[in-house]
Design a protein around this ligand. Structure first.
Ligand code: PLP
Length: 362
């Protein structure tokens, strides 16, 4: 018998999903995915290679990655029991909604934000309540978020937010914790670019409903490794430990991530350089005719430009420079998101933009 009506056989909550398409095209300068494009120091790469060479591949991984957990726990001044490692932050986001969402429960988000929150919620049959940001400032609506969170199972707040770049006002997190009973997930994927005081990890100990997500994909320049982690109350970690795909974090990822966390001081100059480049790039972008650039605490900038989709296609096709198009997204008409690259990459971008945008100067 042939296979017929696959769509009708798929469980209803999963119907209509499409494979993720990062709209990647091979380009000489790729500033589209918020990766860290700076090369890592040779000594760090050697340590990664040594760690991989010393790792047997015939044995299963330690399911909970305890060596890596201990390294992360020591860094953040928490107990191992407060840390969970995942195959990228994405796995942890999914597992959180899988664990604490579900039919009859809701997830509150503040779009424009990371699209995956909503996708994962739908897959887990969790209602999504969208509290839209201010159309001009793109900052979250605190009162509306707190109101919506009163009825919610989970609230997801991104700080700095992707794609808008703003750091959350800690007073909003305070109110969500004090005035609602929801679990509060603070997604700090980009927080290393916002300065030492920006993270609210230190709040977790006194606020057991607060969960902080971090990743090695951005500041640590390890997007391909797939390693993220959550800092949360041990009771939350226990739930995630029980439902996770047991071997999702492979032995090579565990070995390299452990070294990366140990060697994190080596990355500080790279992060500092990206922060300095961000300031310069924001000023240069803002000088393009008709451009508006939102302030960013992350390693990317959101810019509104006339005919953004056309500009983006011409950057790609005529100058081999790739940036991310958000012009189709609700609330982000004519917006592009540009990752802050190396000085040379940022110069390539600006030269290309000057050529594409009439009257623009690099
Ligand atoms: C990149 C990103 C993550 C996590 O990415 P992983 O590569 O899965 O660790 C989480 N949240 C936001 C907002 C991001 O932009």
């Amino acid at each position: 018998m042939p296979l017929q009506d696959v769509a009708a056989r798929v469980r209803p909550a999963l119907a209509g999903f499409e494979p993720y398409d990062p709209a990647f095209s091979p380009c000489e300068v790729n500033l589209s995915a918020n990766e860290n494009t700076h090369p890592l120091p040779a000594a760090v790469l050697r340590r990664f290679a040594d760690a991989c060479a010393a790792t047997p591949l015939n044995r299963y991984p330690d399911p909970l990655a305890n060596e890596l957990r201990d390294e992360l726990a020591a860094w953040h001044g928490v107990a191992r029991e407060s840390v969970m490692v995942g195959n990228g932050g994405d796995e942890l986001l999914f597992n959180l909604i899988f664990s604490f969402g579900g039919p009859g429960r809701s997830l509150v988000v503040a779009p424009p934000c990371f699209e995956e929150y909503k996708n994962f919620a739908k897959m887990c049959e969790t209602d999504v309540v969208e509290v839209w940001r201010d159309p001009q400032s793109l900052l979250p609506d605190t009162d509306a978020l707190v109101d919506a969170a009163r009825e919610a199972a989970i609230v997801m707040i991104t700080s700095p937010n992707n794609p808008t770049g703003d750091l959350v006002d800690s007073a909003l997190v305070r109110r969500l914790l004090d005035e609602t009973d929801a679990l509060v997930l603070l997604d700090e994927a980009y927080v290393e670019f916002a300065g030492a005081q920006a993270s609210l990890v230190s709040w977790v100990a006194a606020n057991p409903r607060l969960m902080v997500l971090r990743t090695l994909s951005k500041a640590f320049a390890l997007a391909g490794l797939r390693c993220g982690y959550l800092i949360a109350d041990p009771q939350v970690i226990d739930v995630l430990a029980a439902i996770r795909q047991i071997y999702s974090e492979d032995v090579l990822a565990q070995a390299v991530a452990t070294q990366a966390v140990r060697l994190r001081a080596e990355l500080a100059p790279i992060v500092a350089d990206i922060v300095a480049e961000r300031k310069e790039l924001a000023e240069r972008l803002a000088r393009l005719p008709g451009a508006h650039v939102w302030p960013s605490q992350a390693n990317f900038l959101l810019v509104r430009l006339p005919n953004a989709a056309v500009v983006r296609a011409r950057l790609r096709d005529e100058h081999s420079v790739l940036v991310r198009d958000f012009s189709y997204a609700k609330g982000l008409a004519d917006c592009l998101r540009v990752t802050v690259g190396t000085h040379a990459e940022n110069n390539r971008l600006m030269a290309a933009l000057a050529a594409v945008v009439e009257g623009g100067q690099a």
